[in-house]
Design a protein around this ligand. Sequence first.
Ligand SMILES: [Zn+2]
Length: 106
Amino acid sequence: MAQPRLLRARARSLRSQMRKIGSMMQGSVVYRHMTCGKPNCRCRRGLPHVYLCVTWKEEGKTKTIYVDKTREGEALVLARNYRQHKELLRELTRVNLEILKSRKDG
Ligand SMILES: [Zn+2]
């Protein structure tokens, strides 16, 4: 087990990285491929219509909204920031649990 002093330095570094992350959302960007009802549409010939969606969980249920293509970059950044935050939080938790398992005189 690493020394508490080193663990605390690691925790500080993780918190500093977390503060640098911009805005975020607890959701994923997904692309839905759809075919429409028009018989001669290109989607019938293997070129489906692609819709940008954001999905997220709310009280155990998956929710979806359609997002305009002009918001694609924004949506991707918000989702990516959340994934980064989640990874850092997982690591920070691991480090803090190590600190809590150690004696306080370290
Ligand atoms: Zn179509």
